[in-house]
Ligand binder design. Structure first.
Ligand code: ADP
Ligand code: K
Ligand code: ZN
Length: 433
């Protein structure tokens, strides 16, 4: 039932002791090897001696995504570059990507932790698991790949896209387990219908979904249309990638591997810890990472902590479903999009007025993003050709900046609703509670 019971079922008192000793180790490692962390601690008048208990840790400085950008590409690495055996980068396309690295031991840990997640959700040695998370710089595909291999399952690394082929492979190879984003998998379920393939024609039994927020309604839909048990899993590249936390088959919160990660929930305004069980921003410290240790990382993800024991026997705490993010980042088909990126493209184009609105919707289970933008009167009076050219140029530019298709709507001046306060730039109709 449990991949590594020695750790996953460790008494909580022992988990805390282990965390404190590992935390001391990681702090002294970054103090020695990462100038950024040492400076930030010194600025606060802190030294390693100031960590006597886990509670003392709340005095230590936070790390944010911008810190990784400012030190791009390898400024926060704690080992010589030659000891790094793998690099990944976040798809976040705002300015420079954030680069993350792994030593050989980090990769072993990563495989162990994705194996725990997959095992908890029901993956076994006998399964054939089709992984349609992206393989490449994105951590999703390769991260899950090695965990599934560690369990001994047969991995089918189809990566993302080519929906009909995905379904043919499921059918022909006898795929029993799938790993993907919930939105793409819903899309696959639709394509399956179009191909006249029923769930009885496939052998699917379990599915692992993450990388973006999804609701219980989507879970029900995935489970009934594909005949699977669908579990949620969570991760982020800065901390490791997938494998940070995952649900067991009781589907009541995601077990977070506390022997490798120290979890805090804070109030994003006051930065103080919230009461146990209360909703706030998830802050994670890596306790064992060698290449890129990360201290008190503000994930921007909103959730809560469940410390009560779970019916499955694991003692590791759980985080509730991610409720959203504290920043304005939009996740469209798993890709991070900031409204400011769209604004930049629009504003730098002649004839475009500073009035626009981004409308997100979901059609056939796929996110769609539409941008309504006002263009100046004289362009409208101009020949039709320049409008068409402008539309084509902008569509192309948005695609190259964001990496996804955007439907562009040029509209007449004063047709986009004005608001008296902050402009409502984003309308998200995707119904995520
Ligand atoms: P990329 O930037 O390449 O898309 P990241 O690793 O940075 O990939 O994405 C991590 C973010 O994805 C998380 O901070 C969170 O907002 C979101 N995410 C990941 N897993 C889940 C999940 N199970 N539920 C909701 N959001 C998730
Ligand atoms: K993501
Ligand atoms: Zn459990």
């Amino acid at each position: 039932m449990i991949f590594n019971p020695d750790y996953e079922c460790m008494p909580r008192k022992r988990i805390k002791d282990l965390q404190l000793s590992r935390l001391r180790g990681i702090l002294s490692r970054v103090w020695e090897n990462v100038k950024f962390y040492r400076q930030k601690m010194e600025e606060k008048g802190l030294s390693l001696k100031d960590l006597r208990t886990l509670e003392d840790f709340s005095k230590f400085p936070f790390t944010v995504k911008q810190d990784l950008r400012d030190t791009y590409p390898f400024g926060l690495f704690a080992v010589p570059e030659r000891d790094v055996v793998r690099l990944h980068a976040s798809s976040g396309t705002t300015g420079k990507p954030t680069v993350v690295g792994y030593t050989a031991r980090d990769l072993e840990t990563w495989a162990e932790l994705t194996a725990r997640v997959l095992y908890a959700g029901g993956l076994r040695h006998d399964d054939k698991v089709q992984n349609f998370l992206g393989y490449g710089l994105f951590t999703g595909g390769l991260g899950m790949h090695y965990g599934a291999e560690k369990i001994g399952a047969t991995v089918i690394p189809t990566s993302v896209g080519n929906s009909e082929r995905q379904i043919n492979i499921m059918k022909d190879f006898g795929t029993t387990a799938i790993i993907g984003t919930p939105s793409y998998t819903l899309h696959l379920a639709e394509v399956m219908k179009d191909m006249n393939i029923k769930r009885e024609d496939l052998k699917l039994r379990v599915g692992f979904f993450g990388a973006e927020p999804w609701t219980e309604e989507i879970r029900k839909e995935l489970e009934s249309s594909l005949g699977i048990i669908a579990t949620d899993n969570y991760g982020l590249s800065e901390i490791m990638g997938p494998g940070v936390a995952g649900e067991c088959q009781l589907k009541s919160g995601m077990h977070i591997w506390e022997d490798h990660f120290l979890v805090e929930i804070i109030d994003p305004e006051t930065l103080e810890p919230v009461e146990p069980g209360e909703v706030g921003e998830l802050v994670i410290t890596s306790l064992t990472k060698e290449a890129l240790p990360i201290i008190r990382y503000r994930t921007r993800d909103i959730t809560y902590l469940i410390e009560e024991p779970c019916g499955c026997g694991r003692t590791m705490a759980r985080i509730g479903k991610i409720k959203g993010r504290t920043d304005d980042m939009l996740i469209v088909r798993g890709v991070n999009v900031f409204p400011s990126q769209i604004e930049e493209v629009l504003i730098s184009t002649q004839g475009v007025l500073p009035h626009y609105q981004i409308v997100l919707d979901r059609k056939n289970h796929l996110d769609i993003i539409e941008v309504f933008v006002e263009v100046s009167d004289n362009i409208f009076q101009d020949k039709m050709r320049s409008l068409v050219e402008m539309e084509r140029g902008l569509t192309h530019k948005l695609k190259s900046v964001l990496g996804i298709d955007v439907k562009l709507r040029l509209v007449e001046p004063k047709t986009i609703e004005r608001s008296s306060g902050k402009a409502k730039r984003v309308v998200d109709k995707r119904k995520l509670s």
